[in-house]
Design a protein around this ligand. Structure first.
Ligand code: F6P
Length: 349
């Protein structure tokens, strides 16, 4: 079989391990593997389609990003986009496709499958918001980066008696803030799923100032913080998948300004940004990604095109792409309530 592989949407750590998993499994079955450059753009004439060689995957397991390149190009938003994608696949003799990506990439995969092409999806996103799977490539590494950043900022916060406000990615999902923030000892975490009022954040900072003289807060880029002056949902630039750039809201900066103005405590902001998407992939991101890559090839051989390789309870199980597309897994109020008990207790109480 000739198998194509692409990575779509935002890059992250662990993508190369998945590509390695696809390639090794395919080669062990005497398949050919074709890399598709720049995600769906590669099937629309804007990226190379090339046979992957053994040398291409040597040592890539430790590298962040994707050796294939990526983009947020969406064939559904381009006139005749799917026909063009199918024509490119046909022209290159590709019989099955492995698409590694988040909600948007998997949504496109579902549509391509509806048009009769065999596609298997692999879950990837640092936002960790894909349903039906307990693992998304890149999340573990990103959460570790958030925790490490908070560890580092604790020292400055303590030394200068400051409140450090840290903005964390995650789009409409608070997972990265909740997991990375809790592990890094954030004394307050604000997420998109559970609105908080700025008065609560200010009161918390004031109290922290009295009891500890410093604090570190994790604020998700999409956090719902009510009662602040200025627009909270300003429309920023929109990417090709139609998502507003939430970083443009500047929510952490506005929270910090409000805290400093109302409490008089010196407050600083760190926007972690794309730092969260890079770095050496964690062991978990390497190992599971490789397994999912290999499973995707087996799915193509086993008539399981149209599915995502979901990871549940240490097992890889097929979940129809149609069930995944357009749905989000979000932090529940119950989880947020559980995590709240740790605010201010780790590491300094
Ligand atoms: O979906 C992954 C993600 O990193 C989000 O957390 C973030 O909002 C967005 O991508 C940033 O996208 P870009 O790389 O296009 O700025």
């Amino acid at each position: 079989m000739r198998i194509g592989v692409l990575t779509g949407g935002g890059d992250c750590s662990g993508l190369n391990a998945a590509i390695l998993g696809v390639a090794q499994r395919a080669w062990s079955l005497q398949d050919e593997v074709y890399g598709i450059g720049r995600g769906w753009a590669g099937l629309m004439g804007e990226g190379e389609v090339f046979p992957l060689a053994k040398e291409d995957v040597v040592g890539i397991i430790t590298q962040s990003g994707t050796i294939l390149g990526t983009s947020r190009t969406n064939p559904a938003k381009i006139e005749g986009g799917f026909d063009q994608a199918l024509a490119t696949l046909k022209r290159n003799g590709i019989e099955g496709l492995v698409a590694i990506g988040g909600d948007d990439t998997l949504g496109v995969s579902a549509k391509l499958h509806e048009r009769g092409f065999d596609v298997v999806g692999i879950p990837k996103t640092i936002d960790n918001d894909l349903p039906c799977t307990e693992f998304c490539i890149g999340f573990d590494t990103a959460a570790n980066i958030v925790a490490e950043a908070l560890d580092r900022l604790q020292g400055t916060a303590r030394s200068h008696a400051r409140i450090m406000v840290v903005e964390v990615m995650g789009r409409e999902a608070g997972w990265l803030s909740i997991v990375g923030g809790t592990a890094g000892g954030a004394d307050f975490i604000a997420i998109p799923e559970v609105p908080v009022h700025i008065d609560e954040l200010v009161a918390h900072a004031e109290q922290r100032g009295k009891t500890h003289r410093f604090g570190v807060m994790a604020i998700a880029e999409g956090a719902e913080v009510d009662g602040m002056e200025g627009p909270t949902d300003e429309q920023g630039a929109v990417d090709a998948f139609g998502h507003v750039r939430l970083a443009d809201r500047g929510v952490a900066q506005r929270v910090a300004d409000e805290i400093e103005r109302r409490t008089g405590i010196e407050t600083r902001v760190t926007v972690l940004g794309h730092v969260q998407r890079g770095g050496t992939p964690t062991v978990h991101d390497r190992y599971v990604s490789m397994l999912l890559g290999a499973a995707a090839v087996d799915y193509l051989h086993g008539g399981l095109g149209g599915n995502m390789t979901a990871y549940k309870g240490q097992e890889i199980v097929p979940v129809p792409l149609a069930e995944v597309a357009g749905k989000n897994s979000l932090v529940t109020p119950e989880i947020y309530a559980t995590v709240r008990q740790f605010f201010g207790t780790v590491p300094a109480s």
